[in-house]
Design a protein around this ligand. Structure first.
Ligand code: HEM
Length: 528
């Protein structure tokens, strides 16, 4: 989130307007504020709130900026985004109060424009507010879409997906070319989700309708990009009204495209169902089939179905590939750990076949490596904002109703109070200390916790493990055009998902018998 450019612009616009009412604002603020004991923070001006006080550095990701605030004010910081009260929580004790002890009060979402447009009037899971619709969607996710059984049933999608990537890497290697692993993993992750949701392409047909995969991917990228943008209009009414960056205009256009394209896919699947084309087994059902077969109280409107489809793609695609990318970069920067992991995988899988998902439970060191990577590089560093539905107290401070709550998961997972040598990549720490990754131990929260915790954590964790294990088992990797010690592990691109600042470009050398890779080319033809 790059605050500075926008903030300066808006301050210029607003200063004139705000001067006349500043005195009144200050007076009202004092009268209201005097009664409340708010957490410490940078203070706020009328209208623009704390934006000018944040000391934002151009290009600096928000989780790092909030870390600086934590260092100055402590683990709960109060600020105002425009007129919207906001707290940033950075330690495990307070996170536990928000996500567990008072989960019922903090589990709603603020009404942001991204939820209105890309979340189809807040009907998708990520942006829907607390209540019956949220409960229904969570139930559909946990029992129908991403239950452990459904995730296991779809293992072939992911195994075939990574084999296609491996095959492409072998082709690059045979041609003496480097592979841009960041780009490959990103494509892989998106393909896997689209395959799970919609099924395989038959010729130019996707889910039974004539729709090019490129058209769909283009739309998905557009939606992911918009979802990661920071909209000042959510906090500054004048900015919303002027919409100088045409954010609302762009979102409306994307929403319209989502409706048209997803509408075609839904209609195509309905036609297949009507014409009695039965899938052979449960494993052949796409997630869209499952969504369309929901009946009675569980049945969803077409808009809600479109919301769920894009929910999964936006929340699940970049997070998974970014995490695999960070993990492989860490392993390359720590060659002794790469070697240790390769020996570990060889000891379970051997060198005469590729890794399968059924191997994963037998690879404890791989678990530790991924856990450590998720600890240091939380792919969703600030999660998704929560919102309080009632005035309450937190660690002795007053929290007004309607306060936006951001948990700085990135800072929390690196808290030196909980982790020895917290900034070091040291997977062995989990061999001595088996801390839960899925929200039970509040010292490690890459997926957050509670009723708003990530609904795709099992799928995400399984996918990352399979990708990393298959790539490092199949290839020795060297960074292209730099030394391993020069791999940058300390800079991220600003945005919703924490991507490495630089692409990971590698020289891959096969380490398994070549006939194993030859077989892969057949699979490649069937992929999206
Ligand atoms: C490494 C992979 C992933 C990470 C680190 C991750 C992390 C997160 C985090 C931190 C949140 C916010 C929780 C909160 O508001 O407190 C979240 C929410 C969510 N995630 Fe994930 N996620 C990952 C993969 C996935 C996948 C694969 C899917 C689905 C295909 C998914 C679907 C969702 C959904 C639907 C929500 C919203 C839940 C709600 O509001 O009730 N995520 N995720």
């Amino acid at each position: 989130m790059d605050f500075t450019a926008g903030v300066l612009l808006w301050i210029e616009c607003l200063v004139g307007l705000s001067l006349g009412v500043t005195m009144l604002g200050v007076l009202v603020q004092k009268l209201r504020g005097s009664k409340l004991k708010l957490p410490p923070g940078p203070g706020a001006y009328p209208f623009v709130g704390s934006f000018p006080q944040l000391g934002a550095v151009p290009g600096e990701p928000a989780h790092r900026m909030f870390k600086r605030l934590e260092q100055k004010y402590g683990p709960i910081v109060f600020m105002k985004m425009g007129s919207c009260p906001t707290i940033i929580v950075s330690d495990s004790e307070t996170a536990k109060m928000v996500l567990k002890d008072q989960d019922n009060l903090f589990a709603s979402r603020p009404s942001l424009s991204v939820g209105k447009y890309l979340g189809f009037s807040y009907t998708n899971l990520v942006w829907t507010q607390m209540g019956d619709h949220h409960k229904l969607l969570r139930k559909i996710y946990t029992t129908e879409l991403l239950s452990p059984k459904r995730v296991t049933q779809s293992h072939e999608v992911r195994e075939n997906g990574i084999r296609t990537t491996i095959s492409g890497m072998l082709e690059d290697s045979s041609n003496g070319k480097p592979t841009n692993l960041t780009v490959e993993l990103n494509n892989l992750s998106l393909n896997n989700l689209l395959n799970m949701l919609l099924g395989k392409r038959k010729g130019e047909m996707l889910g039974g309708v004539s729709l090019s995969m490129e058209e769909l991917k283009d739309l998905v990228r557009e939606a992911i990009e918009l979802a990661g943008e920071f909209d000042y209009g959510d906090y500054l009414p004048l900015a919303r009204w002027l919409d100088l960056t045409n954010f609302i205009g762009r979102m409306k256009k994307t929403q319209q495209r989502m409706r048209v394209i997803a509408g075609k896919l839904i209609e195509g699947h309905r036609q297949q169902q009507r014409s009695g084309q039965q899938k052979e087994s449960q494993g052949d059902l796409t997630l869209l089939d499952v969504l369309l077969s929901l009946k009675g109280d569980c049945a969803l409107s077409d808009d809600a179905i479109i919301g769920v489809i894009f929910d999964m793609i936006i929340a699940g695609s970049d997070t998974t590939s970014a995490s695999a990318d960070w993990t492989i970069a860490e392993l390359m920067a720590n060659p002794h750990l790469m070697k240790k992991l390769q020996v570990h995988i060889d000891s379970v899988v051997g060198k005469e076949r590729l890794v399968k998902e059924s191997d994963l439970p037998h690879l404890p060191f791989l678990h530790s490596v991924i856990k450590e990577s998720l600890r240091l590089h939380a792919p969703a560093p600030l999660g998704v904002p929560h919102c309080s539905v009632q005035a309450t107290k937190l660690a002795g401070y007053d929290i007004p109703i309607g306060t936006t709550v951001l948990i700085n998961l990135w800072a929390l997972n690196r808290d030196p109070k909980n982790w020895l040598n917290a900034e070091d990549f040291h997977p062995e720490r989990f061999e001595e200390n088996d801390i839960n990754l899925f929200g039970r131990d509040f010292t490690l929260l890459p997926f957050s916790s509670g009723r708003r915790g990530c609904s795709g954590m099992l799928l995400g964790f399984t996918s990352i493990q399979l990708i990393v294990a298959t790539v490092v088992h199949a290839f020795d990797l060297e960074p292209y055009g730099m030394q391993a010690s020069e791999i940058d592990l300390n800079h991220e691109k600003p945005g919703l998902t924490m991507l490495r600042a630089e692409d990971l470009v590698v020289k891959a050398s096969p380490r398994l018998p070549l006939h194993l890779y030859d077989n892969l080319l057949e699979i490649k033809d069937h992929q999206l």
